[in-house]
Ligand binder design. Structure first.
Ligand code: DAT
Ligand code: MG
Length: 137
């Protein structure tokens, strides 16, 4: 049994997509282990995305991720790290296939902001780091 960390990002909360994202998680058979609503600080987002700190879009990314409340949580289940990444779809919604969350709920980037609805950890190490950072668990 694996666990991963996920975020329903500010654009999705503002658009009222929380229920539809959670519905997909439950439909797939993954277990919601923790769920928390919060508005992230710039410091938290800077730590979360520290590997992107030198990118030209970093400030826009921090502004986007702190623009409103998010839902952050833990999913458990067999191979949930890869499965959740597959359910999310490609980072850029322009490349995300229909049937994926990003491919079904997000448009191509506007003004350099990749507002792509959801986050998911990309490895077991990242999941543990992010769960500690966001949820202290
Ligand atoms: P993912 O969220 O698919 O794991 P990532 O870790 O490479 O992708 O990037 C984290 C977030 O940063 C991504 O969800 C949106 C933003 N981002 C990535 N590449 C970007 C780009 N070229 N321009 C603007 N924002 C970008
Ligand atoms: Mg990532």
């Amino acid at each position: 049994m694996e666990r991963t960390f996920f975020i329903i990002k500010p654009d999705a909360v503002a658009r009222g997509l929380v229920g539809q994202v959670i519905e997909r998680i439950e439909r797939r058979g993954f277990n919601l282990e923790a769920l928390s609503m919060m508005t992230a600080s710039p410091e938290l987002i800077a730590q979360h995305y520290e590997h992107l700190a030198d990118k030209p879009f970093f400030l826009l990314l921090v502004q986007y991720m702190t623009s409103g409340p998010v839902i952050a949580g833990i999913l458990t289940g067999p191979e949930v790290i890869k499965s959740w990444r597959d359910m999310m779809g490609a980072t850029n919604p322009l490349q995300a296939l229909p049937g994926t969350i990003r491919g079904d709920f997000a448009t191509a980037p506007v003004d350099g902001i990749v507002a792509n609805v959801v986050h998911g950890s990309d490895s077991a190490e990242a999941a543990e780091r992010e769960i500690g950072l966001w949820l202290g668990k």
